[in-house]
Design a binder for this molecule. Structure first.
Ligand SMILES: [Zn+2]
Length: 230
């Protein structure tokens, strides 16, 4: 991951316009932790039993030595892969800094590596996120954009939703002049099963505010992401 900060360009705050938000991007749905403290969930032993059921389903002998600890390990792996359900995107972006010294161009953090799990097959997809936003007075620490990406990646996802959620969270909390998110990823549900095509990349993007309204800013973002990279 590296960060690129572009030189200052004159921008007018009046450029920002209100925008409509798709229903699935209701802030109350994605800004809090996804699991409520009082939400009923199966016990760990039940989850381990479910893994055992799947092992039996594929034809395994669940009592053979190599598999005895597998249900426990799988549930532990789930705890790690899906920890984003217990993390709060709003908290990550909570701490902002006001000393921007008049900086008014966009801030781009490029090549944020992530691994997520597709909600259709529960198989990994992984790649890089590139995120830019144009701050109004306040900025966040650059690592926070990577943390935000991880929170959404560690939930069951579609790449399209993840892209939109990252942009919407930054929009909602930082109220910047615009957000640009580009995600490129390889989906193992497509590379190791199904059509079994290795190396195919899927690109998704979301632009809000000045990036949505100004094609030149979009182009500048894309050329910085693509141009310096390969
Ligand atoms: Zn899938």
């Amino acid at each position: 991951m590296d960060a690129t900060i572009k030189s200052i360009r004159p921008n007018k705050p009046s450029d920002r316009q209100p925008e409509s938000r798709p229903a699935e991007l209701d802030p109350s749905e994605f800004l809090a932790a996804a699991v409520r403290a009082d939400q009923p969930r199966p016990a760990r032993a039940e989850a381990e039993q479910a893994v055992k059921t799947l092992l039996a389903y594929i034809g395994e002998n669940t009592n053979r030595e190599g598999l005895l600890d597998t249900p426990r390990r799988v549930v532990e792996a789930f705890d790690e892969l899906y920890q984003g359900y217990h993390q709060c995107p709003a908290e990550v972006l909570d701490r902002t800094f006001g000393e921007t010294a008049g900086y008014d161009d966009f801030v781009l953090v490029r090549d944020i590596e992530f691994t997520s799990q597709c909600e259709h097959h529960m198989m990994p997809f992984y790649g890089k996120a590139h995120i830019a936003y144009t701050p109004v007075e306040r900025v966040v620490g650059l690592s926070k954009l990577a943390r935000l990406t991880d929170i959404f990646a560690r939930r069951l996802q579609t790449q399209e939703h993840m892209t939109a959620q990252i942009a919407a969270a930054i929009d909602e909390i930082l109220k910047p002049r615009g957000v640009a998110v580009l995600i490129e990823a390889e989906h193992t549900c497509m590379s190791v099963r199904g059509v079994a095509k290795h190396g195919a990349s899927t690109f998704t993007s979301r632009f809000t505010g000045m990036f949505r309204d100004n094609p030149a800013e979009q182009a500048r973002f894309l050329s910085l992401v693509r141009g310096l990279q390969r």
